[in-house]
Design a protein around this ligand. Structure first.
Ligand code: 5GP
Length: 189
């Protein structure tokens, strides 16, 4: 016999969208609802925010991050407003499906390596709500402005490569809609 034994690979669901749309809250709710989903923990060189959980990221320094890039340790990585963010290579042979919560450049990279990955792009219900959420994080005002600009730049790029677009107008409804998208992809395999 030739070829490798069949291994059933995990699906990859990418949750992306401009800053301030509530991606973090959504992915936490998704993995809580469905034990077959596994949320990847990213690395970042950004400083931990006051009150932010230690487990929100692997917080690291620039030198360690760059070493990990050279070692090929990331599925994707990007530089976002002066800091690195990256997804460590996930175990796609695990029983669970992988959820990535990443910005648009990273989503684009993952789709180029894994075209079968499902990109769900989240939009805010309004610009006002998005701004309110971005300002509510305790970042300095100049950072908030940069994040707002970045969010506006990201949106058209994300919409162009998304498999699904979801408006986060109400958390429960949004999570229901996303679970339904996930269910459809699972049953299509
Ligand atoms: P924050 O600093 O607000 O935690 O994250 C800034 C942006 O980076 C958010 O849009 C977030 O989704 C994104 N992000 C978080 N982790 C990763 C990652 O591993 N890769 C990429 N490309 N973006 C990430």
């Amino acid at each position: 016999m030739t070829g490798l034994p069949a291994v059933s690979l995990s699906r990859i669901f990418i949750v992306s969208g401009p800053g301030g749309v509530g991606k973090g809250t959504i992915v936490s709710a998704l993995v809580e609802r469905d034990p077959r989903l596994w949320l990847s923990r990213s690395w970042t060189t950004r400083e931990q925010r006051p009150g932010e959980r230690d487990t929100a990221y692997v917080f690291t320094d620039h030198a360690t991050f760059e070493r990990h890039i050279e070692e090929g340790g990331f599925l994707e990585w990007t530089s976002f407003l002066g800091n690195y963010y990256g997804t460590p290579r996930p175990d796609v042979t695990s029983q669970r499906d992988v959820v990535l919560e990443i910005e648009v450049d990273g989503a684009r990279q993952v789709k180029s390596v894994h075209p079968e990955a499902v990109l769900i792009f989240v939009l805010p219900p309004s610009r006002e709500e998005q701004q309110r959420r971005l300002r509510g994080r305790g970042d300095p005002e100049d950072k908030v402005d940069q994040r707002l600009q970045k969010a506006l730049d990201e949106e058209p790029v994300g919409l162009a490569i998304a498999n699904h677009v979801v408006v986060n107008d109400d958390l429960e409804r949004t999570v229901d809609e996303m679970m339904e998208i996930i269910r459809q992809h699972r049953s299509a395999d």
